[in-house]
Design a protein around this ligand. Structure first.
Ligand SMILES: *[C@@H]1O[C@H](CO)[C@@H](O)[C@H](O)[C@H]1NC(C)=O
Ligand SMILES: *[C@@H]1O[C@H](CO)[C@@H](O)[C@H](O)[C@H]1NC(C)=O
Ligand SMILES: *[C@@H]1O[C@H](CO)[C@@H](O)[C@H](O)[C@H]1NC(C)=O
Length: 319
């Protein structure tokens, strides 16, 4: 198969964000680690800014009081669609548990608002931003020494399984009152410096068999979202797979020196490259702040159906 380098957004942090009113809350700048696998902001941080929010979504664990009316960040590193995904990494919050956390937030919103119809209306105006599935490959299927999914499923069967499971999860969110969904396709992780160094490319720019996972998943995700739009009253699901032009960027190496984690994360205390804004990849898998800003703009206002279908985030917010 013809290989073409098209590095895409690749955040291994799955995200379920509920964006509510366009208000600002107390400015709390991060002190120390933010839990983000990048040198700055994630794509979602930039999208939140483009939507007019003054600050980042507070993480679920630290969300309190009326701040939850502005949105909550349920993201967790290494988490997946499958509960087992990422278990070799230790503590993580799989998507099923993120949905439970969201139900906890809903009951807190109910008691804050003391008005069921107002609560229902609020939940229907939120944007539920769901980016999940990368870890089901990186921290599951492509780690055959640690997980048995490769023995049990072909690549096609596995993609079908993941998209079926995700469909049920999205329906259960719909049942809680969610209506506006931004759901992300997977990035081409076969183009990451980590995948290239582990598998080799046999003359291509990227690792084809690894990219195949993302392609099979995305080819099933898009029609599934279309069906949900048809099947569920008032549902507004949109598929996003934003990209950018990497021509002016370094794409064949990471900015930091890698070796931690399974070999893909930055070595703690090592000096990063001097110009991170010229790199697509911060570490062996995750993209830089500079690249995340580019793909966020694309998710927000792309007119290309391959990147945003049937609508971009700008439109979704205004429906
Ligand atoms: C509840 O909210 C609705 C708007 O969604 C409003 O019309 C109604 O007056 C509210 N009821 C009470 C008791 O505040
Ligand atoms: C939508 O409904 C059809 C007909 O009932 C069903 O076959 C299909 O599985 C549903 N799709 C999804 C994604 O739920
Ligand atoms: C990356 O590409 C540049 C420009 O083509 C080349 O000079 C450099 O050696 C490459 N680096 C790696 C690590 O392959």
């Amino acid at each position: 198969m013809e290989s073409k380098l098209k590095p895409m957004e690749l955040v291994v942090i799955p995200v379920l964000l509920a964006l509510l009113n366009l208000q600002n809350w107390a400015n709390a700048r991060p002190q120390g680690s933010t839990g983000r696998f990048t040198n700055g902001r994630t794509m979602h941080d930039f999208i939140v800014k483009l939507l007019g929010f003054k600050d980042y979504m507070p993480p679920f664990a630290e969300s309190e009081g009326k701040n939850i009316l502005n949105g909550v960040n349920y993201a967790s590193g290494a988490a997946g669609i499958l509960d087992e995904t990422g278990q070799h990494r230790g503590g993580r919050i799989p998507f099923n548990e993120q949905i439970k956390n969201h139900k906890t937030i809903i009951s807190r919103i109910r008691s804050l608002m003391r008005n069921d119809s107002a609560t229902k209306s609020l939940l229907s105006r939120c944007i539920y931003s769901v980016q999940i599935g990368n870890n089901d490959y990186i921290n599951n299927y492509f780690k055959p020494k640690l997980y048995d999914t490769q023995q049990r499923y072909s690549q096609r069967e596995y993609a079908t399984l993941l998209v079926q499971q995700l469909s049920g999860q999205l329906k259960s969110l719909y049942d809680t009152g969610a209506r506006k969904f931004a759901v992300y396709g997977l990035g081409l992780f076969g183009c990451t410096p980590y995948a290239v160094s582990v598998y080799g490319t046999h003359g291509s720019v990227c690792v084809e068999k690894v990219n195949m996972g993302a392609t099979l998943f995305n080819n099933r995700l898009k029609p599934m979202l279309h069906q949900l739009n048809t099947n569920l009253t008032d549902a507004k699901f949109t598929y996003l797979n934003p990209s950018g032009n990497p021509a002016a960027f370094v794409t064949n190496s990471s900015c930091c020196k890698t070796g931690a984690g399974d070999g893909e994360l930055c070595v703690p205390g090592s000096s990063p490259c001097s110009r991170p804004r010229q790199y697509v990849f911060w570490d062996g898998l995750h993209t830089t702040d500079a690249w995340n800003e580019i793909v966020a703009k694309s998710a927000y206002d792309s007119k290309t159906p391959l990147e945003a279908f049937p609508f971009n985030i700008h439109k979704l917010a205004r429906l």
